[in-house]
Design a protein around this ligand. Structure first.
Ligand code: PGA
Length: 256
């Protein structure tokens, strides 16, 4: 089955509103209108920038998606500081990153919380981009595939094939994030193939074949081609290189 590539920019905690509007405008300026037929593109700015970024894209009729970097699973109520699925939809989000290693590592997010967030997003019609990935010590122990596939099982526990088919998985080895040290295409492909095999065990071959699996971790203009030509890698989740319009556009073009 051929899967449409997806290139997602994770801006992390970068860009105030003015800066976000400038970057979105620069990215939009390079857009060609036949690109959305070949690749899905998602910009994931900080919460406060989502609406302004969406407005730039809408004004330009740039057919890119906007996503969030996190969400809370309850719809509304006394959850100080949190943002719900309906709120994200109201801002025009169609994607949301979940379980990023920075959230797991710095903010103590657990597999159970990741699972609740994914369920809330899928129920609300937002496509989760579910991040999984091992630390350097897990890789050195030689247990990467087991570790990552256990994260995948926990993330999608209790969901049906029908429900998960809109979800995207991002394999992001922690030792490659923001370090300039990328996994080799062979290393990334091995884990992405194991992730797809796990999805097939859980939800059947057809569903697993239709789901997109991204690579993330120091993806850049120099290494993108070798990564996305792998049979089980369907695009990228990009941090640093998504903060510059020229480099992000080059990554988009590499998917076509
Ligand atoms: P990086 O970040 O491309 O800067 O390594 C990727 C990510 O954390 O999603």
């Amino acid at each position: 089955m051929s899967r449409k590539p997806l290139m997602a920019g994770n801006w992390k905690m970068n860009n105030n509103i003015a800066e976000a509007v400038v970057l979105a405008q620069e990215i939009s300026n390079q857009y060609e209108k036949d690109w959305p037929d070949k690749v899905d593109v998602v910009l994931c700015p900080p919460f406060v920038d989502i609406k302004p970024v969406r407005t730039v894209l809408e004004f330009d009729k740039t057919n890119y998606f906007v996503g969030a970097q996190d969400v809370f699973w309850e719809e509304k109520g006394a959850y100080t500081g949190e943002i719900s699925v309906p709120m994200l939809k109201d801002c025009g989000c169609t994607f949301c990153i979940v379980g990023h290693s920075e959230r797991r590592g710095l903010f103590g997010e657990t597999n159970e919380e990741v699972n609740k967030k994914i369920k809330a997003l899928l129920a609300g019609g937002i496509q989760p981009i579910v991040c999984v990935g091992e630390s350097l010590s897990v890789r050195d122990e030689g247990t990467t595939d087991e570790f990552v596939c256990a994260q995948v099982r926990a993330a999608f526990a209790g969901l049906s094939a029908q429900e998960v088919k809109e979800a995207v998985v991002a394999y992001e080895p922690i030792w490659a994030i923001g370090t300039g040290r990328t996994a080799t295409p062979e290393q990334a492909e091995e884990v992405c193939a194991a992730i797809r095999a796990t999805l097939a065990e859980m939800f059947g071959e057809d569903t697993a074949e239709g789901m997109r699996i991204l690579y993330g971790g120091s993806m850049n203009v120099g290494n993108v081609a070798g990564l996305i030509e792998q049979p089980n890698i369907d695009g990228g989740l990009v941090g640093g290189a998504s903060l510059n319009a020229a480099s992000f556009t080059a990554l988009i073009e590499a998917c076509m």
